[in-house]
Design a protein around this ligand. Sequence first.
Ligand SMILES: NC(=O)C1=CN([C@@H]2O[C@H](COP(=O)(O)OP(=O)(O)OC[C@H]3O[C@@H](n4cnc5c(N)ncnc54)[C@H](O)[C@@H]3O)[C@@H](O)[C@H]2O)C=CC1
Ligand SMILES: O=C(O)CCC(=O)C(=O)O
Length: 430
Amino acid sequence: MTTRVTKQKKQHKQGMLDNVMRQFDNAADIIGLNPNIRKILEVTNNELVVHFPVRMDNGEVEVFTGYRVQHNNALGPYKGGLRYHPTVDIDAARALAMWMTWKTSLAGLPYGGAKGGIQLDPTKYSNSELERITRRFTYALGDNIGPELDIPAPDVNTNAQTMAWILDTYMSTKSPAERSTNMHVVTGKPIGAGGSEGRDRATGYGVFLTIKFWTESKKVDLKDKKFIVQGFGNVGYWAAHFLEKEGAVLIAVQDAYGSITNESGISVEKLFEFSQANKGSILGFSDSHAIDNTDFFGLDCDIIIPAALGNQITAENAQHIKAYLIAEGANGPTDVEAEEILLKKGIDIIPDILCNSGGVIGSYYEWLQNRNGEIWQLEEVMEKLEKKLRESFSKVSEISEDRKVDMRTAAFIIAIERLEKTYVQRGIFP
Ligand SMILES: NC(=O)C1=CN([C@@H]2O[C@H](COP(=O)(O)OP(=O)(O)OC[C@H]3O[C@@H](n4cnc5c(N)ncnc54)[C@H](O)[C@@H]3O)[C@@H](O)[C@H]2O)C=CC1
Ligand SMILES: O=C(O)CCC(=O)C(=O)O
């Protein structure tokens, strides 16, 4: 059961979609974006909604709804993650797909933007149910994904195992010759199944690097700086891991289950071990005490890393923020109203499309290796990632200074101008 809609009209609604559209409009106004190109970029190219049945462990059948939104592919194949979460719906997928287009453009990658997922709470399903759900979703997506068309990757509640199931299912629909040459249909795979060294940590490492570049540019030493992290999954954990190695101190964490703090410091590795043994939850970690979720963002710290869901920093809690830097590991964690308040307070925000772009850059390296039959060592991947992120960070800083705009606006300007150039050069809208 498939609904395919082409060129969905722009919809303004509260939430992530509203935020990404306002961020886009702001930058498009500043550069005076060609109105025809604006019309193209403010809508999504394709939207796929699939309803598919899966047999549960108890023998009953449940019908799930999955999404894949392909926003734009002017610069290359669609690229972006798959999310398994109750909040996944068509607007969330649209917003996240648009952010992917700006992110890949800013990073200078030969990709467009897409995003998708399934509306479900994965904690309610067994591992074998999740495998069957993923495989049926992959069949339902069919040839709407592909190594040169649309390449999914991990996002919230999906991981290397999920990508391996997708790869295996996709391959089973192909001829023997195609099976050996289509490994790059997904990225973020386990290393034994065509994954790349370093993709697991690439997003968190990128978050850490952008913080490091920012502190270097402000002549601030990261040692002993206090940071807090919302979301202790792939992105939150790895960002905290690298910051701790640099001498910064983790003093509070919030996840889907609650918030904990210890002003003298929380060991990142001990908390990680604890959460792994505690079904992914940080609650109950001995070397800390629980605090109310509403007090989290107002804690006395230097750096905040939102690394969970969208719309977490709002006009309500932005007033209480004491940190001087927000590094957006998550996509869309700060809404437009909150950003205005934070900027007025002199708080800098490293925007998501720059801050968490290490993930898709790492995915690009995996895709390239699969495509070219190469295998790179971890050191090589990390070096390339650092070089690419440093270039992106420098460009954003330069535009931010030259045009006297905040870092998000600068990042959007770079991303949109690259897309504008490609349309103009192709002669579609001179
Ligand atoms: N995995 C990746 O490579 C990339 C992820 N991102 C973004 O980073 C964010 C986190 O993604 P992952 O770490 O991959 O997901 P994950 O599934 O590994 O971890 C998510 C974390 O967020 C927590 N969380 C969920 N709901 C929450 C809530 N309401 N309040 C507080 N915490 C909550 C979970 O408990 C978990 O600790 C997402 O916004 C994702 O789009 C961005 C770029 C790449
Ligand atoms: O690695 C990728 O292809 C995309 C990861 C992602 O979903 C994101 O950057 O938000």
